[in-house]
Design a protein around this ligand. Structure first.
Ligand code: UT7
Length: 333
């Protein structure tokens, strides 16, 4: 393995509409103090009729490209992690076309809230193998399309957003992907689903077919919570040990933004001080595949994450799926 991976640009985008906890309380029986104390969320962004998943992704991607200083025609791959594409056949080609990445192959990858990390690691394999030099990884979701707005146990959590990271092949000594681990467990998948509706119609005599369509998100919040506070520390521990990295040497903990209590529990487990735990959950809620790049971009742009910083990141969610990566931010070369 003599090709390194440099994280050289980031970008993000959120819809302009914001929905506060108080506004949500007008729709469903909930209130600001419950939502803040149980989740850390104060408001979330919601796409309107003008904003699509592809459009948000395009904005995030263009801004990452700009930071990296890339000509879009030099990109080899546009990889879009999303569970909520505009088109079930995939939205990545739309993004590829809109950003002018005319020489790139583009496809979608689905792994719910773990999607961004799974896509980052997938993209890294193309770089490590030497078959590609520049890839753009996007994490974007529009879960507000699929939330049951009458289910207060889940609708308070989710919002829309997109984030992107530009990855470039580099020398081994500048490698920014120090290690990773990815896991799945379909046996536990039923605690968080966005399933097909069961709508079977007669087609011709003796033949039925299923009409497409999805029922809203169903979640057993307590089960997902227990999964996260057990598996995230465990996978991070494995990763740190395998790479002989002491938690004290981390500059940042960058977790999937699902619940402030989950962030706190993981940080406590490794005695990571609160100042090193990145969180923007209060402004955006859980934007699924977007949370990690959205947070990364915010912290890069406000100067918290600086070149050379070591970041432990972990994503987790439906599938069930979870993963972790040790990253070193490089910034524009
Ligand atoms: O990307 C992964 C996505 N999913 C997650 O990360 C979800 C992980 N789970 C969680 O974040 C938490 O389980 C929740 C925030 C969803 C719920 O918090 P909790 O502390 O586990 O609450 P609970 O389900 O135990 O409910 C406590 C009480 C219940 O009332 P009773 O039975 O004690 O009277 C609920 O009915 O809070 C009630 N409740 C609410 N009250 C006001 C549940 N949702 C709400 C609400 N507003 N929105």
């Amino acid at each position: 393995m003599n090709i390194g991976i440099a994280l050289v640009g980031s970008g993000s985008a959120t819809p302009h509409q914001t929905l506060t906890n108080a506004q949500l309380g007008l729709r469903v029986e909930t209130n600001d103090s419950w939502i803040r104390s149980r989740t850390g969320i104060a408001e979330r962004h919601v796409c309107d009729s003008e904003e699509t998943l592809s459009a948000l992704s395009q904005r995030a991607a263009s801004s990452a490209l700009k930071m990296a200083g890339w000509n879009p025609e030099t990109i080899d791959l546009v990889l879009l992690a999303s569970s909520t594409p505009d088109d079930l056949f995939g939205s990545a080609p739309q993004v590829q076309a809109k950003i002018g990445a005319s020489n790139a192959v583009a496809f979608d990858l689905t792994a719910a809230c773990s999607g961004f990390l799974f896509a980052l690691i997938t993209a890294a394999q193309f770089l490590r193998s030497g078959s590609m030099r520049r890839v753009l990884v996007i994490g974007a979701d529009q879960l507000t399309r699929w939330v049951d707005w009458d289910d207060r146990t889940s609708c308070v959590l989710f919002g829309d957003g997109a984030g992107a990271v530009a990855l470039e092949a580099t020398d081994q000594k500048n490698d920014g992907l120090i290690g990773f681990k990815l896991k799945s467990d379909g046996n536990r998948g039923n605690c968080l689903t966005l399933n097909q509706i069961e709508d079977f119609l007669p087609l011709v005599d003796g033949i039925t077919h299923q009409r497409g369509g999805f029922s809203p998100i169903k979640m057993n919040g307590q089960e997902v919570y227990k999964f996260a506070v057990r598996e995230v520390p465990s996978i991070l521990e494995e990763l740190l040990t395998a790479n002989q990295i002491d938690p004290d040497s981390l500059d940042w903990l960058l977790l999937h933004q699902a619940n402030k209590r989950i962030l706190d529990a993981v940080a406590d487990r490794f005695s990571i001080p609160k100042e090193k735990v990145l969180s923007n959950l209060s402004k955006y809620g859980n934007t699924s595949a977007a949370t990690i790049p959205l947070m990364l971009d915010e912290a890069v742009r406000d100067g918290r994450i600086r070149p050379g910083h070591l970041i432990a990141s972990s994503g987790f969610g439906a599938g069930l799926s979870w993963g972790a990566a040790l990253l070193r931010w490089q910034g524009p070369i």
